[in-house]
Design a protein around this ligand. Structure first.
Ligand code: UT7
Length: 318
């Protein structure tokens, strides 16, 4: 048995902050941000929350899959920016959407969160424990952003994406996740309530160059690794759905793999880096726009805080 994605959905906040608005807040420019990252705007929460966006994305995904909330057996919510510490976001989503029969827990794996949820769901399905699983990536990164730090505030955005996985027949693929905790200092966030000292603002802190170099090296490597593990050729992949952090990172990955960059769809220009939500938002958009079609083979790849990185292959079944 393998888990097939049979429905997707996404939700982003209404408020849009473009680069011009940001350049009135910190010393930067629309030109610099576009050139160095590809980002043009990001959506930022006002009344929305991590849970409200997750619930909307989940409802869309359930409708797309044609299943009721009561049929969901497990909800996995990947997030680093939940509304509260307890209860977990997945339980709050359960309450919002009325998925009364689901077990629920959150996953904290930063930008690899959705991939980690996907791999966890596949493991539950392969073990025969659950057949219908809802996986979500949802973030309100604007709450964890230092809006005076131009090195980070230009990058991040808020939003949520969701997918329904159902057990079915067909080729099954093994995903790969890696972590290197010894490099964790490159991207940290102690949280607004957990400041470790006067110097610590509790906001996200990042060594951008180090994360950039890590990504352009590890992402092509893990893509080759997951292809080899599953006896799959690079040419067999129709689309590479890579974590939307920076256009230059994605272009570099495509170049290193000697693959046409048009096989690497991007929406970071519209949403910025939404961490665990970036892959499922992109999947849902590609489905909605009719780019992803039944029979397409996709490869998802993520990287981020931890440091962690990984990749997984899926045959698109809807
Ligand atoms: O989800 C995973 C998490 N994070 C990432 O994937 C981020 C990966 N890293 C990046 O995307 C890039 O490193 C950044 C976009 C964060 C920065 O781009 P960069 O090309 O690596 O710039 P840099 O940090 O090497 O800085 C180059 C220059 C510096 O000035 P000097 O020292 O050369 O005079 C910076 O002070 O650009 C300056 N700079 C800026 N200038 C205008 C840094 N940020 C800005 C800014 N606007 N926002």
């Amino acid at each position: 048995m393998t888990g097939r994605i049979c429905g997707t959905g996404f939700c982003v906040p209404e408020h849009v902050m473009d680069n011009e608005e940001l350049s009135r807040m910190v010393e930067t420019s629309d030109e610099w941000i576009r050139e160095r990252t590809g980002i043009e705007k990001r959506h930022i929460i006002t009344d929305e929350t991590t849970v409200s966006m997750a619930a909307k994305a989940a409802e869309q995904a359930l409708e797309d899959a044609g299943i009721s909330a009561e049929q969901v057996e497990l909800i996995l919510t990947a997030t680093i920016s939940s509304n509260v510490i307890l209860p977990c976001a997945a339980c709050e989503v359960q309450k919002e959407i009325g998925a009364a029969n689901a077990a629920c827990f959150d996953i904290n794996a930063a930008c690899c969160g959705f991939l980690t949820a996907y791999q966890t769901a596949q493991a539950y399905i392969a073990a025969g424990i659950y057949q219908t699983i809802l996986i979500i990536g949802s973030e309100s990164l604007s709450k964890l952003t230092d809006w005076t730090d131009r090195g980070t505030c230009i990058l991040f955005g808020d939003g949520a994406g969701a997918a329904v996985l159902k057990a079915g027949e067909g080729e099954s693929f093994r995903s790969i996740l890696h972590s290197d905790g010894s490099r964790g200092e490159a991207l940290t966030c102690s949280g607004r309530h957990w400041k470790s000292g006067e110097e610590d603002t509790g906001f996200m802190k990042m060594d951008g160059r180090e994360v950039f170099q890590f990504a352009v090296k590890q992402v092509p490597e893990v893509i080759r690794e997951v292809l080899e593990l599953n006896h799959c050729k690079l040419e067999e992949i129709d689309y590479f759905v890579v974590h939307q952090a920076n256009r230059r990172i994605i272009e570099s990955v495509a170049k290193r793999l000697r693959t046409d960059v048009r096989k690497f769809p991007m929406n970071l220009q519209e949403y910025g880096n939404t961490s665990s939500a970036s892959i499922p938002i992109l999947l849902a958009e590609l489905r909605r726009n009719g780019v992803l079609k039944k029979g397409h083979r996709i490869l998802m790849a993520g990287f981020g805080a931890g440091l962690s990185w990984g990749a997984g292959i899926a045959d698109w079944g809807i």
